[in-house]
Ligand binder design. Structure first.
Ligand code: DGI
Ligand code: FE
Ligand code: FE
Ligand code: FE
Length: 187
């Protein structure tokens, strides 16, 4: 699928703010792809569709999790974790995008996981550092992103876990698996 075509498909499903976030993730991810030798086309497609399912009704997302190959334990965690995995299924069903790298990058963009591929790392990081984000510590992660992709992902993962623990949120196992794996790789 062409990049412009993908943008037109995604646009009506998002709010104006979310669409603008998506375009910033696309640009941020494309820059990382160039820096770290990843396919520009795959990176941009994954970025454009990463939040595609963000505004689907909860009962529809729940149905996709129950009826597809997605992990059922998602249903025991916050529904904020559902939109990535569901989008990975939807783009295959609706647009025939059946590319494991793209689908994994979308599915795991919120949590990360152990043994992320380069495209997964790029989307995970781009979503965190795109210029519209203002998390505490994000500027340090932006600086690290220019030098060391894995270390920057680790910083993003650590910040997210600290943020979640501060609000007494439950934490999905893949969120911890990402942190542990990135920590081991960063040694
Ligand atoms: O969709 P976006 O807002 O662009 O960003 P996202 O998909 O990366 O994250 C959505 C939210 O999910 C964000 O506030 C952090 C949160 N999150 C990430 N990992 C976990 C989590 N929330 C819970 N409860 N548990 C997690 O493991
Ligand atoms: Fe998201
Ligand atoms: Fe994220
Ligand atoms: Fe996002």
């Amino acid at each position: 699928m062409k990049i412009n075509e993908a943008i037109e498909h995604v646009k009506p499903h998002l709010t104006k703010e979310r669409f603008e976030h998506t375009l910033r993730v696309q640009e941020t991810a494309a820059n990382l792809a160039k820096l770290y030798n990843e396919s520009k086309e795959k990176t941009e497609l994954a970025a454009i569709f990463h939040d595609y399912a963000k505004y689907r009704p909860l009962d529809e997302m729940e149905r996709w999790i129950v009826e597809s190959r997605l992990p059922k334990d998602l249903l025991h965690y916050h529904h904020e974790l559902w939109h990535g995995p569901v989008a990975a299924i939807l783009i295959e069903k609706e647009y025939g995008i059946k590319d494991n790298d793209i689908q994994c990058a979308i599915a795991y963009h919120t949590t990360g996981r152990a043994h992320m591929g380069k495209l997964e790392q790029i989307i995970f990081l781009a979503d965190y550092i795109e210029p519209g984000r203002s998390f505490p510590g994000v500027e340090e992660v932006r600086e690290m992103a220019k030098k060391d992709l894995i270390h920057a992902c680790l910083m993003a993962s650590r910040n997210t876990i600290q943020f979640l623990m501060h609000k007494n949120a439950t934490i999905y196992p893949d969120t911890f698996h990402a942190y542990n794996d990135l920590t081991r790789m960063n040694r």
